[in-house]
Design a protein around this ligand. Sequence first.
Ligand SMILES: Cc1cc2nc3c(=O)[nH]c(=O)nc-3n(C[C@H](O)[C@H](O)[C@H](O)COP(=O)(O)OP(=O)(O)OC[C@H]3O[C@@H](n4cnc5c(N)ncnc54)[C@H](O)[C@@H]3O)c2cc1C
Length: 405
Amino acid sequence: MSLTCDVAIVGGGLAGASLAVALAPLGYDIKVIEAVAYKASEQPSYDDRTLALSHSSCRILSGIGLWEKLEADATAIRKIYITELARPGRVVLDSVEMGLAAFGHVVEARRFGAAVTQLLQETVNIGLISPASVSDITIGDTKTVLSLESSRGTDELEARLVVAADGANSFIRRHLQIPTHSRDYGQTAVICNITPEKPHKGQAFECLTNTGPFAVLPHTGNRCGLVWSVASEKAAEILDLDDATFLSCVEKRFGNQLGAFTKAGKRTAYPLKLVRAKEDIRERLVLLGNAAHAIHPIGAQGFNLALRDAAVLAEVLADDDQHDPGESGLLHTYSQWRQQDQRGTIATSDGMTRLFSHPSLLAAGLRTTGLIAHALLPSLRRRSAIKAMGYRGRVPRLALGEPLA
Ligand SMILES: Cc1cc2nc3c(=O)[nH]c(=O)nc-3n(C[C@H](O)[C@H](O)[C@H](O)COP(=O)(O)OP(=O)(O)OC[C@H]3O[C@@H](n4cnc5c(N)ncnc54)[C@H](O)[C@@H]3O)c2cc1C
């Protein structure tokens, strides 16, 4: 069968599905092609991960109609404590000090998946083609042709713009031989929901170690989302511990700040790598989300960055009166606009990961100085918090809380 559309989004994970919802009000005929059925337990994007959504991300989600579906299951982050394992200095970021109700919110990726998939299915100009995989792509001057494999066999889909949101190992990026810059950190994040004895009161804790962050995020039902980054060769050992031993290891590292931990959920491991595509656009093609830049979760910025990319792409297309979403001038405008935020966010996450894993005395000195400077200087804390909340460079209308069009 041969299908046509204006915008084909390959990958209906966190980034691709959010973009589809953001573009829908512009009236385009949008198709989302997703390889794994949403409800399947192996759906890679919508798993048990707790996502820290920044202040600007919550505004974007509100502007595209997703926040109202998530809010009841979201937990506000009111205070953030940042420390370095076994070193002096502690930075406390307090949303009250910044005149905000919260720095952002924590939402389970699986819950996000349920909400966004419902919206995709309810929106008349979005067609969700799933399970189906893209197996070929041919780029032309006026359209791009995708081959889709599903239980029905092979279909062709013609689109004026293709967005590759097919993850860090993007088929489209590899097929088009778009080069990447990558770095294997030799670290693996073990994630798990844990229940503390005392109320978490919206507090988030990030302890930076030489094998990555040990982060405890506030979550619904007085649970906490744990992200424990360890040397990759240690990950299997941590996954194999029985719950009681695992919780006692967590307490040993975290201390008694929230009392004892009484319950642990399922543990999952994610090997951590930086993968950045050296081109984010080609003729009638945009790379989005992990396909464009998969980053270390040290500052919880990966999806937040992708959402800002989606908000900018939607704004550039909203302001165009030609109504050709794949027009090359528009894609260049999008790409140039995103450079500053992408470079800054990626450099911060990569730089912090490397600085904290560096064994030298000089690196240790820099880390301590940085933490103490942030602890003592409210203006420095404020500047860093504003960037972490997603306000870096030119900010799209949706992130300012303004309507898209
Ligand atoms: C431990 C950990 C914690 C994190 N915490 C945070 C956080 O707190 N805050 C934050 O902002 N970010 C966080 N991130 C980052 C966040 O998870 C990613 O940014 C996000 O998952 C990227 O989404 P994506 O849609 O680009 O890619 P993916 O989630 O990989 O989704 C890609 C989708 O494409 C589909 N697909 C692949 N190939 C094809 C094909 N050929 N045809 C059709 N479909 C295809 C896949 O099935 C999948 O559904 C974290 C990451 C990790 C590892």
